[in-house]
Unconditional design. Structure first.
Length: 174
């Protein structure tokens, strides 16, 4: 009788522990939903858009770096020209340099215009357009400042454009 009671007590305490210990289900793991074709296209468009924004940032930062040195040189030439210490050949070279800078800033503006148009036209990128809007206007302002021989100010305006592009890139990476 004592053995029967011990066996019942062991069975009473041991069987529930065994049954609760096996909570893992056997069989196929739950399926994770596959992204739809639209989601894949949106992700690809976002990736391509982010790469374009990053390329514009790279181009602008290199250009601003070079512009800084050239702007200081042109300011020095302007000072010398106002004191009439500049030969005519140097004046012609200075004007050619100014023209090259103005054309480069115009090209930057055209690139910003195209970027804005592409973001506005793409349904996958429209949500980022609101943050991007205005970079072309900033580049246009820099172009006007360069046209007025305000190259340092033009470079500072382009820095604002780079900041806005960086904000868009950060938004796209979230």
């Amino acid at each position: 009788m004592r053995r029967t009671i011990v066996a019942l007590l062991i069975g009473f305490f041991l069987l529930p522990a065994i049954s609760f210990g096996q909570t893992r289900r056997r069989g196929t793991p739950p399926r994770t939903p596959r992204p739809s074709l639209a989601e894949l296209r949106a992700a690809e468009a976002r990736q391509v858009g982010a790469e374009r924004v990053a390329n514009q940032i790279k181009i602008l930062t290199r250009f601003i770096y070079v512009l800084g040195g050239v702007a200081k040189t042109l300011e020095g030439v302007n000072d010398a020209a106002t004191r009439s210490q500049q030969p005519t050949a140097a004046a012609e070279q200075t004007e050619k340099s100014r023209t090259v800078i103005r054309n480069s800033i115009r090209d930057v503006r055209i690139g910003m215009d195209q970027l804005e148009v592409d973001f506005r036209a793409s349904p996958e990128l429209q949500r980022y357009y609101t943050k991007l809007a205005g970079v072309a206007a900033g580049a246009a302002a820099a172009e006007q400042q360069a046209g007025a021989n305000q190259f340092d100010r033009s470079g500072r305006t382009l820095l604002d454009v780079v900041n806005r592009l960086t904000d868009v890139l950060l938004l796209m990476r979230q």
